[in-house]
Design a binder for this molecule. Structure first.
Ligand SMILES: *Cc1c(COP(=O)(O)O)cnc(C)c1O
Length: 943
């Protein structure tokens, strides 16, 4: 906690925290405090200050933590998984594993909101969208969903928005994956949607319904003609969503060809390890006409200032950042890194490769089926792709146990049926072991196809050259390198994004993610094989409970938005169990993150906005008024702490008390926990529930827009409503796997383990010191918008550009783009206040980088003054033309009223290590008017 040097030895905290002791002293001098204790005493309100320390194990070194992780990994058993239900063995091409999954150029990037520095991952995501639309036969796909279960749930709400009928009934095919059904049900209930499960082979469809969910192939493996159900649904004005397996679609007629409106699913088996449930990229695609209703991020093609093609995120206006409670969904962080991997798997294999993998997988399944039939075992379906369900009355458990004994996990469907899924990794030895478990002879050399001729795919896919151009390892490596080089990520420099906490993602934290004992585990593997994961999850949940002051934690939500939903659903369920179902109003301050309002609506709540006062604090008088107006119906308040304005509001304890007195619950959005850890515990200062963002405070890298983990933490009275195992019929499941994106939990485990209680507390103090240092250095050049106690900010500060914009015409956009020329990623733009920049330096940036940033901002201020003074015209100056590309500054013509050196190397920046954006400023609106969301033909890039 103090600035005095500690005997840290080789402790990790010294590496994680950028400013070294002498630098901290300098920063403290600038901020005006003798030590960090004094600074934190002044900054954090007395009423919430936690002085009891953190009851965590003392810090381990990197070597110790890795050894402990090895020990935990050793308690997991890597078996051959033939359980299926959406999770399959797959070979991650090593060139993709090392150069994407294990490459900080990809995993430390931020969401591509600044398109000029994100062209590489935008291209990879456009490949992903093209891959999904090609395989599904749909018109438009988004750039990933969180998993298949949540994608299916989003398909349901999309269908409801688009359907003409007002019926509340959503029909779900009995062949739907059971965990998907659990997630759909949990999403449907608060929205008043009536989910009706139908066996389409034997049961009639209801007279009225707004949507129909089909699984293709079905959970039993069966492949059915979807034409009948699609026509029947359309005849009733309902939409049809098809959850389809992408590998099967290499051989099968597409959902699009059946007339489906929506396709949803997962891309896990395209080279992404199972990871005990995640992370993997879900997908969602729609037919033409529905693209403006599609939730999530959508990459599109637009053009830059020279008219050259350039990618950027399209149709942002649908999203929760802008639409808030009217947004299409609360999804924010998605699964970019995993979508990049899946798309690169398609680039690596190409259409012929995918067809061959699908055919081989199918061949294994047909041979297995032949062997079972020959042994007089009945099969549930004659037509199938990769999964065979064997009917063995009364013997299922014995068969599954015998196979497990031989190292192969099968699916225990019920006491009479066993599911066996083949995949890319299946070999003859696996089939032999399965046959032995059933007591039948080994399979024949070959067997007839089990795909009906009428359902065979005859349409092309992946015809774009990108899917055939990189089939040598050399070409693939260079393609990955070229795209990575186009982007700016944390491996190049600071990403000072307020509210996003872009801190160090240390290599030691990342190491365990690709160990087979963590990566190659099916989420529904037998508990006897997953002891290491169980221990790791329990420890991590316990540590998170300790640092937040809550009683119970679930790591299931796979993004912050999903943690919000889980937390609000817990509040809803709690009120209902207390006989107060009428409590449905959620108070949300006007400054809140857009996901808050969107999540409240998804939880069946009505959003009532509470005003903020001139200092940016929740206006307690308006809060009183809103509580009075909605006293009987008050469900909750949802506040971010420290506030999204980056201030420790002193009224927080009072706010909690007021809401509790009125019978409401307090939700504290924990995305800003980096300003609290060790100094305050939301569970102890009055909150009932929070979500945390492990991809912010707890070092999971942002992946270019995901993965994330959004654990939900609650006090004891809400613990019964935490999400649990979807397959155990858990009513509160928000993700398809029991522990969500379990595969990346070792990252946060390692962070907590290596920092220890003192390191974590120190990190908070230095994060707050760094923000106040930046504020102190920049205050004379840009007004710092809000401050709390004694003029201090918390872990981020808002720079107000509006007065400068009024007097000079230079906008936040201009400054953000000019920062690229100086070698920086822009701060958060226009959130939570339009026309401002929110800077969050984090504890991981060292003093040299903090100063480089401040110097750049000060130099930019001088440039703004030049524009204001008329030295440069408003439309032709280094700010208006930023960012400057290499092509622009080396062009034979240079007509601008400032030198090329100032354009490219401002502020004394040298050529060494210079980041060159590949495109000039991107015109977002043009691309929204001319929506193109698949790979453009190569001719588009001809000079
Ligand atoms: C990041 C953030 C969220 C959303 O988290 P995701 O993981 O992107 O869904 C919610 N609230 C605040 C304040 C945030 O900063």
């Amino acid at each position: 906690m103090s600035a005095a040097p500690r005997p840290t030895g080789d402790l990790f905290a010294r590496r994680h925290i950028g400013p070294q002791p002498a630098d901290r002293q300098h920063m403290l001098d600038v901020v005006g405090y003798p030590d960090t204790d004094a600074l934190m005493d002044a900054a954090i309100p007395e009423a919430i200050r936690w002085t009891g320390g953190l009851d965590l194990p003392p810090a381990a070194t990197e070597a110790q933590a890795l050894a402990e992780l090895r020990e935990l990994a050793g308690r997991n058993t890597v078996a051959t998984s033939m359980i299926g239900i959406g999770y399959h063995g797959t070979h991650t091409p090593p060139v993709i594993q090392r150069n994407v999954l294990e490459n900080p150029a990809w995993y430390t990037a931020y969401t591509p909101y600044q398109p000029e520095i994100s062209q590489g991952r935008l291209e990879a995501l456009l490949n992903f969208q093209t891959m999904v639309t090609d395989l599904t036969g749909m018109a438009t796909a988004n750039a990933s969903m969180l998993d298949e279960g949540t994608a299916a749930a989003e398909a349901m709400t999309l269908a409801r928005r688009a359907a003409k009928t007002k019926s509340p009934v959503y029909v779900v095919d009995a062949e739907t994956l059971p965990q998907t059904l659990a997630v759909i049900r949990n999403r449907a209930e608060p929205l008043g949607i009536d989910v009706q499960v139908r066996d389409l082979a034997t049961q009639e469809l209801p007279a009225q319904f707004f949507g129909l969910h089909l699984q293709y192939p079905g959970a039993s493996g069966v492949v059915r003609d979807l034409g009948g159900p699609v026509a029947a649904a359309h005849a009733r004005g309902a939409l049809v969503a098809v959850a389809a397996d992408l590998l099967a679609l290499a051989l099968l007629r597409t959902p699009g060809e059946f007339g489906a409106d929506i396709a949803a699913g997962t891309t896990q088996r395209f080279g992404v390890p199972m990871g005990f449930g995640g992370p993997h990229a879900g997908y969602l695609a729609v037919r033409a006409g529905l693209e403006r209703l599609l939730p999530g991020r959508l990459v599109g093609v637009s053009r830059d200032a020279d008219g050259a093609p350039a990618y950027r995120l399209a149709l942002q206006t649908r999203e929760q950042h802008i639409r808030r409670e009217k947004a299409t969904s609360n999804i924010c962080t998605a699964q970019v890194l995993l979508a990049v991997m899946a798309s690169m798997y398609a680039v690596y294999h190409g259409p012929d490769g995918l067809r061959a993998i699908a055919a081989r997988t199918h061949g294994h399944a047909t041979r297995l089926a032949a062997a079972l039939r020959a042994g007089n075992v009945t099969l549930a379906a004659a037509d199938f792709f990769d999964t065979v369900t064997a009917v063995v009355p009364g013997r299922a458990a014995a068969v599954v146990a015998a196979a497990a004994e031989a190292g192969v996990n099968l699916r225990l469907v019920d006491e009479d049926a066993v599911g066996i899924a083949c995949d890319e990794t299946t070999v003859d030895a696996h089939l032999a072991a399965v046959c032995a478990a059933f007591g039948v002879a080994a399979p024949p050399e070959s067997a007839p196809d089990a795909l009906p001729a009428a359902l065979r795919r005859d349409s092309d896919f992946l015809t774009h050259p990108v899917f055939t151009a990189h089939h040598s390892e050399t070409a693939m490596l260079r393609y990955l390198r070229r795209l990575a080089d186009a982007d700016y990520a944390l491996d190049r420099g600071m990403i000072p994004l307020g509210s996003c906490t872009m801190k160090l993602n240390a290599t030691a934290e990342m190491a365990a993610v690709t160990w087979p004992e963590f990566a190659q585990i099916h989420p529904y593997a037998p508990a006897a094989q997953t002891g290491g994961y169980a221990a790791l999850v329990a420890q991590l949940e316990g540590w998170l409970a300790e640092v937040t002051g809550y009683d119970a934690v679930s790591v299931q939500p796979n993004a912050g938005s999903q943690g919000e939903l889980a937390g609000l659903l817990a509040i809803r369920a709690y009120h209902r169990d207390n006989g107060e179902a009428g409590r449905d109003v959620c108070l949300i301050p006007s400054s809140a993150h857009g996901t808050n309002a969107a999540s409240a609506v998804m939880a069946g709540m009505r959003v009532v906005v509470v005003a903020c006062d001139a200092e940016g604090n929740v206006d307690l008088a308006d809060l009183d008024a809103k509580i009075a107006a909605h006293a009987a119906s008050l469900a909750a308040i949802m506040v971010t702490y420290p506030s999204t304005h980056g201030v420790y509001e002193t009224g927080i304890a009072q706010l909690c008390a007021k809401v509790h007195d009125a019978g409401g619950q307090v939700y504290v959005d924990g995305a800003n926990l980096n300003a609290l850890l060790g100094f305050a515990k939301p569970g102890r200062f009055g909150a009932d529930v929070s979500h945390l963002n492990l991809h912010k405070t707890f070092c999971i890298p942002h992946g270019g827009g995901g993965p994330g983990v959004g654990p939900v933490a609650v006090r004891a009275h809400l613990a019964p409503y935490l999400p649990g195992d979807p397959l155990a019929g858990d009513a509160h499941a928000v993700s398809a796997a029991p522990h969500g994106s379990a595969g990346i939990l070792p990252i946060s485990w390692a962070y907590l383990r290596m920092m220890g209680p003192d390191g974590l507390t120190d990190a908070t103090a230095v994060a707050v010191l760094a923000a106040n240092y930046v504020a102190a250095r920049l205050r004379g050049h840009y007004p710092v918008l809000y401050a709390g106690n004694k003029g201090l900010v918390a872990h981020e500060c808002i720079l107000d550009l509006r007065p400068l914009t009024r007097s000079t015409g230079v906008t936040v956009d201009d400054v953000a783009k000019r920062l690229i020329d100086y070698g920086f990623h822009a701060p958060t733009m226009s959130f939570p206040v339009a026309g401002t920049l929110m800077v969050e330096p984090t504890e991981s940036e060292d003093l040299a980088e903090l100063d480089r940033f401040c110097d750049a901002m000060i130099a930019i201020r001088a440039e703004i003054d030049q524009v204001g003074a008329g030295a440069w015209p408003a439309g032709d100056n280094p700010l208006a033309n930023a960012p400057h590309t290499a092509a622009m500054v080396t062009a034979d013509e240079w007509s601008h009223p400032y030198p090329r050196t100032l354009a490219a190397f401002p502020g004394g920046a040298g050529a060494a290590g210079k980041y060159w954006p590949p495109v000039r400023r991107v015109d977002g609106a043009y691309g929204d008017r001319n929506l193109v969301c698949a790979c453009p033909p190569p001719e588009a890039f001809a000079p």
